[in-house]
Design a protein around this ligand. Structure first.
Ligand code: HEC
Ligand code: HEC
Ligand code: HEC
Ligand code: HEC
Ligand code: HEC
Ligand code: HEC
Ligand code: HEC
Ligand code: HEC
Ligand code: HEC
Ligand code: HEC
Ligand code: HEC
Length: 422
């Protein structure tokens, strides 16, 4: 019996101890206790360098933030009122996924080494005013993201210190079709930084895990341009890319990255007049043509054609590479589905030459000026080259002889001008 009472007493004592511990926990300071000091607009702290930072917390902003229902110790876990120096807040305690991908990113890796040039969670989200990314007032709301990133990525000093793309690149993005659509038109569906780079796992493009790695670019752009992605995947370029041919073009090779503009913009690399140059980066390149056994000199042979000359002189109606080969669905001419397959040429040429008969497409459209490929053109060109060169040489010889003759005559007559005068 005594034993039982003892046990009972022990149990009551334990319960009391737990209760008091519980009370102590319940006594964790409430928001108002912290705000007694931190609600004072003048509260500040002096840093070792002498600079002061405000320790004021805006209660209203805090209350309307996503964490505003909880107390301050949700994040400042070691805070009491008053308190000593506090530990840094760990957001990762509750947001494990975001924390993990951030830790592996270019930003996170440097931050872990104590570098404060790169953003911590609160540089992008805020501290006491964090809102859901869906909330138009959030720093991470789609239309506010560019400003959040450009706070650092427009900074000349950081640009040089970390060899980042220049200020002009970021200005170019803001003036690109994507930048204008989100900034000027407020279109939430346009591409902002994190659509291409990701938000937490940002890495340089040459890392295979990066969202901007070459191999991932078509699907990345294809999130918003799915119809084009579908065509591209079936094309010789898309298949080449899948097969690991590094020189096969992805979207950004033809369109640019931060500078992407509307097709109708005369500065766009895919504006009609600029297309031959854009394709020629690879198809006039000897090394690439040789490596993939492609017909060579596609640019110069095009520039020597009627179309090339017409386009060069600003006639955008004349055929450029894409008028004949297609755009995102380019195939080898041996493929029956290719618009430049022999069987399809009358139709392809017929788009612009409505009277073209079946024989119209017989002539070479890529005029390769070599004896093997186009003897006629080669001979005519050779003739003119020799003829004009000879003409120039004769002319120079004639003028030279004439001058020499005059000079000689002057010498023979002696300095007659002068003598005659005295
Ligand atoms: C009695 C006034 C007072 C109260 C109450 C108070 N603080 Fe402070 N707090 C200060 C002062 C003063 C500083 C600056 C200390 C310094 O100079 O390092 C400070 C600094 C801080 C800092 C900056 C971290 C650091 O170490 O520099 C945080 C975070 C903070 N307080 C959170 C809180 C929280 C959360 C509460 C409520 C649990 C709270 N404080 C209650 C006076 C107070
Ligand atoms: C969502 C997490 C979170 C909550 C909740 C929170 N804080 Fe903070 N607070 C931070 C972060 C992050 C910092 C930056 C310093 C750090 O990492 O420790 C900070 C810094 C501070 C500072 C230092 C000054 C500054 O702005 O850097 C004070 C003071 C402070 N908090 C007070 C408070 C008070 C008072 C509350 C409650 C009303 C509160 N905090 C609630 C995350 C939080
Ligand atoms: C103690 C746990 C805890 C800590 C620490 C914490 N959070 Fe949260 N956070 C939450 C909870 C719970 C929610 C969900 C609130 C809701 O849905 O109403 C949330 C929501 C969010 C959201 C919105 C998420 C969404 O899906 O829209 C963001 C962003 C966020 N937190 C960022 C942070 C950042 C940045 C820090 C550090 C400064 C931080 N949190 C610290 C618990 C925490
Ligand atoms: C470089 C800026 C940046 C940094 C640094 C950053 N975030 Fe984010 N975070 C964003 C953006 C932007 C979004 C909005 C989602 C989107 O549109 O991609 C977001 C979304 C979130 C969300 C909502 C759910 C989700 O994953 O989409 C949470 C939670 C979150 N971040 C927590 C954190 C935490 C915790 C850290 C630090 C470990 C952190 N973030 C660091 C930019 C950042
Ligand atoms: C607080 C300043 C800051 C903010 C905010 C910031 N960055 Fe950065 N970012 C940097 C610095 C500094 C580097 C260079 C880090 C390095 O070289 O490893 C960097 C690197 C990068 C890189 C290149 C990665 C590499 O290693 O080459 C990309 C891409 C990037 N940031 C995108 C973004 C995006 C997108 C946002 C907004 C969601 C953003 N940054 C917000 C400072 C910032
Ligand atoms: C339409 C997609 C797209 C958008 C939008 C975009 N970028 Fe990029 N960005 C890229 C691509 C692709 C690269 C090149 C990656 C490579 O090949 O290395 C790049 C490169 C970079 C780099 C150099 C690091 C690297 O990987 O070479 C930084 C820094 C950067 N971007 C920051 C930003 C910032 C900040 C924004 C928003 C203002 C932004 N970008 C918007 C696609 C985009
Ligand atoms: C970044 C380099 C690059 C650019 C830019 C490029 N190509 Fe290609 N192209 C290639 C490579 C590499 C192949 C071979 C791929 C393969 O065989 O898998 C190829 C294949 C082709 C073929 C099929 C050749 C054959 O016989 O198999 C045609 C036709 C073609 N490209 C036309 C174009 C046109 C038109 C443009 C411009 C609108 C263009 N290319 C832009 C690299 C490029
Ligand atoms: C070989 C070069 C090349 C590649 C690779 C390429 N494009 Fe294009 N793209 C062009 C050309 C040339 C035009 C202009 C066509 C015209 O004049 O109508 C164009 C037009 C466009 C247009 C606007 C016109 C339309 O058809 O809606 C979009 C959007 C576009 N491309 C997106 C993409 C995406 C996304 C990818 C990657 C999946 C991609 N492009 C890959 C050359 C290319
Ligand atoms: C988040 C969605 C999104 C992503 C990702 C995206 N775009 Fe776009 N893009 C758009 C929207 C929306 C427009 C239309 C803007 C307008 O009409 O003002 C557009 C317009 C364009 C145009 C101009 C079309 C025209 O009318 O001439 C081109 C070219 C283009 N994008 C190419 C790309 C390429 C290449 C990538 C990848 C590097 C890419 N986009 C990634 C949403 C996106
Ligand atoms: C007037 C139509 C037309 C134009 C313009 C044109 N091509 Fe072609 N291209 C053809 C035809 C037809 C063939 C197949 C027969 C041949 O080689 O002449 C061909 C063949 C090719 C081939 C060889 C691969 C294959 O499919 O047989 C490549 C690569 C190529 N063209 C690239 C280009 C590039 C790059 C441009 C622009 C600089 C361009 N073409 C302009 C009609 C055209
Ligand atoms: C996008 C429209 C377009 C397409 C497609 C096109 N052409 Fe043309 N072509 C023109 C224009 C415009 C001229 C006039 C240029 C000039 O006056 O020098 C021209 C001129 C010519 C000429 C010079 C003689 C003449 O009739 O003026 C020949 C030959 C020719 N094209 C052949 C072809 C062949 C073969 C094809 C198909 C493989 C083709 N073209 C496809 C627009 C096109």
């Amino acid at each position: 019996m005594k034993r039982m009472i003892r046990h009972y007493l022990a149990a009551v004592l334990a319960a009391a101890a737990l209760l008091s511990a519980g009370l102590a926990a319940g006594a964790a300071p409430g928001v108002s206790e912290c705000m007694d000091c931190h609600g004072d607009k003048t509260i500040e702290k002096t840093l070792p360098g002498g600079r002061t930072v405000s320790l004021y917390v805006d209660l209203q902003a805090y209350r309307s933030s996503v964490h505003g229902k909880g107390s301050c110790v949700t994040c400042h876990a070691d805070a009491t009122a008053p308190h000593e120096k506090l530990a840094k807040v760990s957001c990762g305690r509750c947001h494990g996924d975001a924390d993990k991908s951030y830790a592996g990113s270019s930003h996170g890796k440097l931050r872990a080494k104590g570098v404060t040039d790169v953003p911590a969670c609160y540089d992008c989200h805020g501290k006491h005013d964090i809102r859901k990314p869906k909330d138009p007032a959030a720093r991470t709301f789609r239309l506010n993201i560019v400003a959040t990133c450009l706070r650092c990525h427009m900074d000349r000093a950081l640009e040089q210190k970390y060899d980042l793309p220049g200020q002009q690149v970021m200005i170019a993005y803001q003036q690109s079709v994507h930048g204008m659509a989100s900034k000027k038109s407020g279109l939430t569906g346009s591409a902002v930084c994190v659509d291409c780079h990701g938000n937490h796992a940002i890495l340089p493009g040459d890392e295979p895990r990066s969202a901007t790695h070459r191999q991932k670019i078509p699907t990345m752009c294809g999130k918003c341009h799915p119809g084009i992605l579908e065509k591209y995947e079936m094309s010789v370029h898309g298949k080449g890319m899948r097969a690991g041919i590094a020189e096969s073009p992805v979207c950004t090779d033809c369109h640019g990255e931060h500078t992407i503009s509307k097709v109708s913009d005369p500065n766009s690399p895919v504006f009609a007049r600029n297309i031959p140059k854009t394709c020629s980066g690879c198809h006039e390149n000897e090394a690439i043509s040789t490596r993939y056994a492609l017909p060579k000199k596609r640019f110069s042979s095009y520039m020597d054609s009627f179309h090339g000359i017409a386009v060069e002189y600003g006639m955008t109606k004349a055929a450029n590479c894409s008028s004949c080969h297609g755009v995102h669905d380019i195939l080898p001419s041996s493929d029956p589905a290719s618009p430049v397959n022999k069987a399809n040429l009358p139709k392809t040429c017929g788009k612009c030459h409505p009277n073209a008969g079946p024989n119209f497409a017989k002539g070479d459209v890529h005029v390769e000026v070599s004896p093997k490929k186009a003897m006629g053109v080669f001979a005519v060109r050779l003739f003119y080259t020799i003829f004009i060169s000879a003409l120039v040489v004769l002319f120079v010889l004639h003028v030279g002889l004439e001058l020499y003759g005059r000079w000689n005559r002057r010498k023979e007559n002696g300095p007659d001008g002068k003598e005659g005068q005295s």
